[in-house]
Each structure stands twice: as C-alpha cells, then as structure tokens.
Design a binder for this molecule. Structure first.
Ligand SMILES: Cc1cc2nc3c(=O)[nH]c(=O)nc-3n(C[C@H](O)[C@H](O)[C@H](O)COP(=O)(O)OP(=O)(O)OC[C@H]3O[C@@H](n4cnc5c(N)ncnc54)[C@H](O)[C@@H]3O)c2cc1C
Length: 299
C-alpha cells in the first residue's frame, strides 16, 4: 500500500492539516487514528469554550470536531479510523494495525498529529502504594463523558491546570465533593478564564504551596498526606479518589529515533501544547500547506 501524505492522528490538528493539504492540491491523503471517531480529545470535552477565534462563537468540543469533519467529507481525504500506527521507519514506511491485522504502508510525506499525553502520578515522588481510584483528569473526563462511568465521590485534585479546573466544575455539577485543588505553586497553573468559570463560582478550595506526599489505602485509595510547603506541616486528608492534573507532554514516541528528515512534519499538541484549539488548528493548516507544497516540488 502507498499514499502520498500520511497523517497520524485525526484530532483537530490532523483534520485541519488534511484540509489545508487538500486545498493546496495534494490528492492522496490518508488520515489514520486509533480511535473509532474523529476529533481526538474534542468528543469528550462537552463544555462550551471552543472556537471563539476561529468561528466567532463558543462551541462544545463535539460541535467543533463535527465542523472540521463535515468540511473533510467534501474532500477526497480518506479516513482510517480504528487504526493504530505502530511504527514509522526511516525508509518512509509505516506499520498500521486495525482489526484485520497489520499492514505496511509506504508514504512520501508524514504529518504527525498525535496530540499529547498527561503526566501521571508516577512522575512525582509520592510515597505509598498505587491502589484503585487514582486517575488523570483526562481519564475521568473520558470515563464520565464517553462511557458513563463514575470515578468516585470524595475527590482531591492534584494540580491546578486547565483540565483539573474543568473537571473540578464537572465533578461539582455531578454532585460529587471536590475537597480541594492542591497546587505546589503560589498561583493557579491554568488559564485565568478557567479559574473564573470553573473554580470561583463553585467556591472550590484551592490549597496553594501544597502537595501530596503519600497515598493511603489498600484496594482503593482512602486518603492522602498533604504537605504545606512553606510551613512543612503535614496532614492526612480522607478521599476515595485522587485526580491528577499535572500537565501535558507532546506525544512523539513514534518519531523519536528518526531525527529530523525533510519528509516529517509535526502538527498540533505533539508539536507544542496548545491551550486553545483555534491555535492548534491555525498552526496545523500551515503545516498541511507546507507538506503539500514540498510534495508538489518533489513530483
Ligand atoms: C480537557 C481539555 C479541555 C480543553 N478545553 C479547551 C477549550 O475550552 N477551548 C479551547 O479552545 N481548547 C481547549 N483545549 C485545547 C484543545 O482542545 C487542544 O489543544 C486540541 O484539540 C488538540 O488537538 P490535537 O489534534 O493536537 O490533539 P488530539 O485531540 O489529542 O488528537 C490526537 C489524535 O491522535 C491520535 N493518535 C495518537 N497516536 C496515535 C497512533 N500511534 N496511531 C493512531 N492515532 C494516534 C489520538 O487517538 C488522537 O485522536 C482543551 C484540551 C483538553 C485536553
């Protein structure tokens, strides 16, 4: 199998790059994603707040994804959903896995639009075991919004990034008790607009200059030890769920051994983490055009 342009990841960035590459004249584009539906992170983001710069109105994540997908339907870009890209080799071949098995695909250009991953509790020096009930904020968002699962009732959130604040509001609206957001710095880690929308109106406590030093519980977490960094004082807080919002890391594992070949482009959150989807899309559109133009020159 062969394609001119392979795009790995059909999130906002992958779809925007595909659209602009198509508009720039590339007619052989395959957009692969391991998930069964396009949009990447967007389908699980049910809150409004997407697209103010791009569309002049605040959309939900699914609505934003649908707009890009509808534009793509009018092109000849091919989707390969439910397809994981397992390997990308320096000789311009990729190994794809779907329910039929493994396929080798040759390509001329590749855009990696694989998004980012959340830092987990493993990235911190926290003592204790790792019982059930510890999730990243994105995992709880996926559990609740895509699978109707209940992460827990008495929730402590470690980190005050945007994801943590958005989920603090969602937990509160779902009738759960958010004990506090715990932040090691003296100020909130995420955007001010999320603090004003998600934390202030619900009077959710934020403990600044504080961290978690120990996890308690055997089968399920039943508490944590907090340390107040300025005084050194420690206290044990009961909880049945610990949610981490510790930041995002660009997902480049597929290309980390390849160096910087001319045929490889990065777009969206795997290039740099974007707080706003419109900025990921604007950058990805440029990347799509560049990939199409270089293709053009190569032919
Ligand atoms: C919880 C949350 C809330 C947000 N809220 C807002 C907001 O209110 N307003 C706003 O403007 N922005 C918001 N953002 C930011 C914005 O949504 C993102 O920056 C943008 O959607 C990222 O798009 P992306 O395509 O780079 O990554 P993603 O959406 O993560 O897409 C990456 C895709 O790549 C796929 N993939 C990865 N590796 C492989 C592989 N090996 N094989 C196949 N497929 C692969 C993944 O399955 C995924 O579908 C939010 C982000 C998050 C996480």
């Amino acid at each position: 199998m062969k394609t001119e342009l392979l795009i790995v990841g059909a999130g906002a960035a992958g779809m925007a790059a595909a659209l602009s590459a198509w508009e720039a004249g590339c007619r052989d584009i395959l957009l692969a994603d391991r998930r069964g539906l396009p949009g990447g992170i967007l389908p699980q983001c049910l809150h409004k707040g997407f697209g103010l710069a791009g569309y002049g109105t605040e959309l939900t994540g699914p609505d934003y994804a649908a707009r890009l997908a509808q534009r793509l339907e009018k092109t000849g870009v091919r989707f390969a959903l439910g397809t994981e890209v397992l390997e990308i080799r320096g000789d311009k071949t990729a190994v794809l896995s779907d329910r039929r098995g493994l396929t080798e695909l040759c390509f001329d250009r590749l855009i990696l639009a694989a998004g980012c991953r959340e830092k987990s509790i493993g990235s911190l020096p926290v003592a204790g075991t790792r019982p059930a009930g510890i999730f990243t904020a994105g995992q709880t968002q996926e559990m609740m919004n895509l699978h109707g699962q209940d992460p827990g009732k008495e929730i402590l959130i470690l980190g005050s990034g945007d994801l943590g604040m958005i989920m603090a509001r969602q937990f509160t609206l779902a009738g759960k008790h958010v004990i506090a957001l715990v932040e090691k710095d003296a100020r909130c880690g995420g955007m001010a607009r999320n603090f004003h929308r998600c934390i202030e109106p619900y009077a959710i406590p934020v403990l600044y200059r504080t961290t978690v030093t120990q996890i308690h519980g055997a089968g399920r977490i039943n508490g944590v030890t907090l340390r107040h960094l300025d005084s050194g004082r420690e206290e044990r807080i009961p909880c049945d769920t610990l949610v981490t919002a510790l930041g995002l890391i660009p997902e480049r594992v597929l290309v980390r051994k390849l160096g910087e070949p001319v045929w490889l482009f990065l777009a969206g959150n795997c290039r740099r983490v974007h707080d706003l989807v419109d900025s990921a899309v604007a950058e990805a559109e440029q990347v799509g055009r560049s990939a199409a133009i270089r293709l053009d020159k190569a032919l």
